[in-house]
Design a protein around this ligand. Structure first.
Ligand code: CUA
Length: 185
């Protein structure tokens, strides 16, 4: 006789235990994912925040105009430093090599702007006082539009820059002659 009431109770208890185990596993997985993202600086916004005083950006520190653009680092990666301000980006055209780890460091000199490289996963807000950090890698040479994606007052529609990805060897040849590169003509 399998249709005995106690059999039903046993089945229900077993099912409940199974589902409880699944629920605990899902929670453990989510907690693990949050820990992984935190350790690898992959959360948005990032847990470790760097600051930059918007009122003195142009006077001293990392974001003075002479330090903006793309810089080749000793480890072979490229750091791109940029500023957004009403209503343009500096540099207006960012130069990037192919097959290279690109670390973008950008901030705003006035209000909140957005930095978006169309067709890529690069998409971050530029908040005055804070440094937005995002990394990327481009496989092929090409050109991308970089519009401001955060409404920043009446000139917002006209605020956009460009990203030009060039062959790595070409970039390295240029980097050997000049410390900060851009494609602003
Ligand atoms: Cu800057 Cu919208």
């Amino acid at each position: 006789m399998s249709e005995h009431p106690t059999d039903h109770a046993a089945t229900a208890i077993r099912a409940e235990k199974n589902w409880a185990t699944i629920a605990v596993l899902i929670i453990a997985f989510l907690a693990g994912m949050a820990a992984f993202a935190g350790i690898h600086q992959a959360t948005m916004p990032q847990a470790r925040v760097e600051t930059a005083d918007p009122t003195t950006l142009h006077l001293s520190g990392e974001f003075v105009e002479s330090n903006l653009g793309s810089a080749l680092e000793p480890d072979g990666s490229v750091t791109v430093r940029a500023i957004g301000q009403q209503y343009s980006f500096t540099p207006q055209c960012i130069l990037i090599p192919t097959d290279t780890t690109i670390n973008i460091r950008a901030t705003s000199a006035d209000v909140i702007h957005g930095l978006l490289i169309q067709g890529t996963t690069v998409n971050t807000m530029l908040v005055p006082g804070y440094i937005s950090v995002q990394s990327a890698r481009f496989r092929k040479p090409g050109e991308y539009l970089m519009p401001c994606q955060e409404y920043c007052s009446f000139g917002h529609e006209g605020m956009w820059g460009k990203v030009k990805v060039i062959d790595k060897s070409e970039f390295m040849a240029m980097a050997s002659k000049q410390e900060r590169l851009s494609c602003v003509k």
